[in-house]
Design a protein around this ligand. Structure first.
Ligand code: FEO
Length: 409
């Protein structure tokens, strides 16, 4: 039995109360849902998104209770990740006349999804400004790339004023009462989802909100979690607030902000980090922070990384590797937008000293610009080496302030 959102718009999604982690990185203690929708018009039916493959049977049962497959004119895929495209192949077999509509930014992913089946499928790539008609209602497309894949878009029904938003405004929360004014407390999950899925793409969130803001929206229908029919603007405002959130002294004061994170077993890497700190602080308009990784919570790591223009990470080498807290720090870079940030690595070592190079490689792998070779110092630094560390910090701050250098590494 499907649930109706408004006249001729039906929920045909599925509830997954057993799932406990999503995309490996997210915990889902309350499960999740794969929301899909069926929209009826006077001249045909559109399906908006599908479900995870394992839930196809339930999905098709709901479709069949509402329409016959020959009436399905369009299949709209706001997002191509398998939790929403899992029933697509079977749906195309059942509804061979339907035209598939996918964002023009999703060409490569769509081609890879259907591969050799592609030539038998009727499809079209759409972007902002495009729309389709179902007779008495039109569905308009809004390209919202990187929320959270390149292919993502939103679809707006101008009759009911429903925004089918894909992953945007979604959350992993499983409650069959479905609507935000009926389900239990889910706001923690809404924020958790934003932090893990959308936060790395804040600038794209801001662009998407600008695009969607002029629309009159009565209902936000995302692909996970509650349908937001009570005060949808509240959720848009939350996204706006979080995406503009400013933890930063730098925006207020115009400084270049460098945060130095270190782990130190005997204190040598700590001493180096302090000299780097002094070097950075010696440059006007550069502001440094110094943090011992042994006592830093992950959430605070994320906040500090996010506010940094430059990141300096220091670790001793133990058993041929950097120490775990340094790796934990760098793992948090996956949750933020790293574009435009620079990174450097440093550390003390006893005999082999691999840690710095490994950290440096990881910084590069995470798309940070690494303008200087890592600073590796043997054992405790002497005065000359401390001067070297000071100059290293100074040089890094100067580069961040715009000093031109030749990249040799
Ligand atoms: Fe819910 Fe990005 O898939």
């Amino acid at each position: 039995m499907s649930t109706q959102l408004s006249d001729d718009i039906h929920f045909i999604g599925c509830f997954d109360d057993k799932i406990r982690s999503f995309d490996i990185i997210m915990h889902t203690a309350n499960g999740s849902s794969y929301n899909a929708y069926l929209v009826k018009g006077s001249e045909g039916v559109a399906i908006v998104d599908t479900v995870k493959k394992e839930f196809s049977q339930d999905f098709f049962k709901q479709v069949e209770s509402l329409t016959d497959y020959n009436s399905i004119k369009y299949i709209i895929l706001n997002h191509l990740e398998p939790d929403h495209s899992g029933a697509l192949s079977e749906l195309l077999e059942k509804a061979p006349h339907a035209e598939v509509l996918v964002s023009s930014t999703g060409v490569i992913i769509f081609n890879s999804l259907l591969k050799d089946k592609l030539e038998k499928v009727k499809y079209r790539f759409v972007s902002t400004g495009d729309s389709i008609s179902l007779g008495n209602r039109n569905l308009h497309f809004y390209s919202t790339p990187y929320l959270h894949w390149p292919d993502t878009m939103c679809t707006y029904d101008d009759l009911s004023k429903t925004l089918f938003s894909g992953d945007v405004f979604g959350c992993h929360f499983c409650d069959r009462r479905l609507f935000n004014d009926k389900v239990g407390e889910f706001h923690y999950s809404f924020k958790y989802y934003y932090d893990h899925i959308m936060r790395p793409f804040k600038s794209y969130v801001i662009s998407a909100l600008k695009l969607l803001e002029p629309l009159e929206i009565n209902i936000i229908a995302p692909v996970h979690g509650p349908i937001l029919r009570s005060d949808p603007q509240f959720y848009m405002d939350l996204y706006k607030k979080w995406s503009h959130e400013d933890y930063l002294a730098k925006e207020k004061y115009g400084d270049k902000r460098v945060n130095i994170f270190y782990a130190s077993s005997y204190g040598a890497t700590k001493i180096i980090s302090e000299a780097i700190f002094e070097g950075i602080e010696s440059i006007e308009g550069a502001r440094a922070g110094l943090y011992d990784l042994e006592a830093l919570e992950k959430e605070n790591m994320i906040r500090l990384l996010e506010e940094s223009d430059g990141i300096a990470v220091g670790s001793p080498t133990i058993n041929g590797d950097a120490v775990e807290p340094a790796w934990i720090l760098l793992a948090q870079l996956a949750y933020i937008d790293t574009r435009g940030k620079m990174g450097i690595a440093f550390g003390s070592y006893g005999w082999s000293g691999e840690a710095c190079r490994m950290l440096e490689d990881r910084l590069k792998g995470l798309k940070l610009r690494v303008p200087m070779e890592a600073l590796r110092l043997k054992m405790f630094p002497n005065d000359e080496e401390l001067k070297k560390a000071f100059d290293y910090g100074k040089e890094f701050a100067e580069i961040l302030k715009g000093k031109m250098i030749e990249m040799t590494i």
